[in-house]
Ligand binder design. Structure first.
Ligand SMILES: *[C@@H]1O[C@H](CO)[C@@H](O)[C@H](O)[C@H]1NC(C)=O
Ligand SMILES: *[C@@H]1O[C@H](CO)[C@@H](O)[C@H](O)[C@H]1NC(C)=O
Ligand SMILES: *[C@@H]1O[C@H](CO)[C@@H](O)[C@H](O)[C@H]1NC(C)=O
Length: 307
């Protein structure tokens, strides 16, 4: 009964813990993609934009900190010539599947204050993002369905080189630790790989998706960065276990004390009974012995002979 109430209390406390995500309303990376897609398609419907011309998408206030740029391509010419969209370079031979006549390619730039979304959608424990998250996505221009971009023989490159990223990388530099390329897969998996040797802050990609640069956290910080949930759940399990063990200990002590007092009581009773028997025996025997030994003697010795 008490245990159940304790568990209920823990659940209530845990579910009322404040959200560590901050003020952002959008919680999923997928939702951000869909919002950006919708604003991008709206921007194309507003005015005529030539194929091959890049333009910035105007996003609402509640998405500030996110930038999006877009270009429309013919699938065939993208394959023939490749393309460059800000940080992304698509080499010759890049394929779009399924190949729509025209594709809308979007480059996303999520400032660091949006990285919480990625921390909560992917298991980044032990690492920290030191770059903006960059996204490369493609949609069929006719219907806004997402389509895949895959690199041909020449891989897609993502250039993270920027004064801010380089400053952050220097700040977190430790011997033997270099930044790693992170690929945030659409299946929820995080894939880490090395940067391109020789070219600083350059990563390779085999297709569309979301990318970032991460560095390993020092062990102490890594432990501190573990999600608040894990810590909360871990510590409440620990507390509950502690209380349970304490209760067990108390019960054991109580049982032992009770046993001891019972044993003492029995011993006391046994001792008392023994003592009583001895005194009773003594009581009975002493007068008999006294009379048989002393009385006749006295009578014999001191009996004056009759005159
Ligand atoms: C962001 O603001 C727009 C209006 O500017 C609104 O339609 C949309 O629902 C808001 N999105 C979120 C996630 O708050
Ligand atoms: C993110 O930072 C930019 C400035 O760098 C700011 O304008 C924007 O409001 C911030 N967005 C959020 C959701 O905190
Ligand atoms: C990456 O971008 C930086 C500046 O933004 C530029 O100086 C550098 O040459 C680029 N690297 C490659 C390999 O394109």
């Amino acid at each position: 009964m008490g245990c159940c109430r304790l568990a209920l209390c823990l659940v209530v406390v845990l579910s009322s813990l404040p959200d560590s995500g901050g003020a952002q309303q959008v919680k999923s990376a997928r939702t951000i993609d869909l919002l950006i897609r919708d604003y991008t398609f709206k921007s194309y419907s507003r005015k005529f934009i030539r194929t091959g011309m890049m333009h910035s998408v105007i996003l609402p206030q509640n998405l500030s900190g996110i930038r999006a740029d877009t270009v429309k391509y013919r699938c065939g010419s993208l394959r023939r010539y490749g393309a460059r969209l800000k940080e992304f370079h698509l080499g010759v031979g890049v394929t779009i599947t399924p190949c729509a006549e025209r594709v809308v390619v979007i480059r996303q730039f999520l400032e660091q204050n949006w990285s919480t979304v990625y921390y909560s959608n992917y298991d980044l424990s032990g690492y920290q993002l030191i770059s903006p998250v960059l996204g490369l996505l493609a949609y069929n221009a006719g219907s806004p369905s997402e389509i895949g971009i895959s690199a041909g023989e020449i891989p897609i490159t993502v250039n993270f080189s920027s004064p801010q990223t380089e400053a952050l990388a220097r700040q977190n530099q430790r011997p033997g630790i270099v930044p790693l390329c992170a690929n945030f897969g659409s299946d929820g998996k995080l894939t880490l790989s090395n940067m391109v040797a020789l070219a600083p802050y350059l990563c390779l990609a085999s297709g569309s998706g979301h990318f970032g640069l991460v560095t390993e956290l020092p062990p102490v910080q890594a432990r501190r960065k573990e999600s608040a949930w894990k810590v909360a759940i871990g510590s409440s399990i620990g507390t509950a276990l502690g209380i349970f063990l304490l209760a067990l200990l108390l019960v054991a002590l109580f049982v032992k004390a009770k046993k001891r007092s019972k044993r003492e009581e029995m011993e006391r009773r046994a001792y008392e009974e023994e003592a009583l028997q001895v005194s009773m025996v003594g009581h009975v025997r002493a007068p008999i012995a006294a009379t048989t030994r002393t009385v006749p003697g006295i009578e014999h010795g001191y009996t004056p002979s009759p005159p």
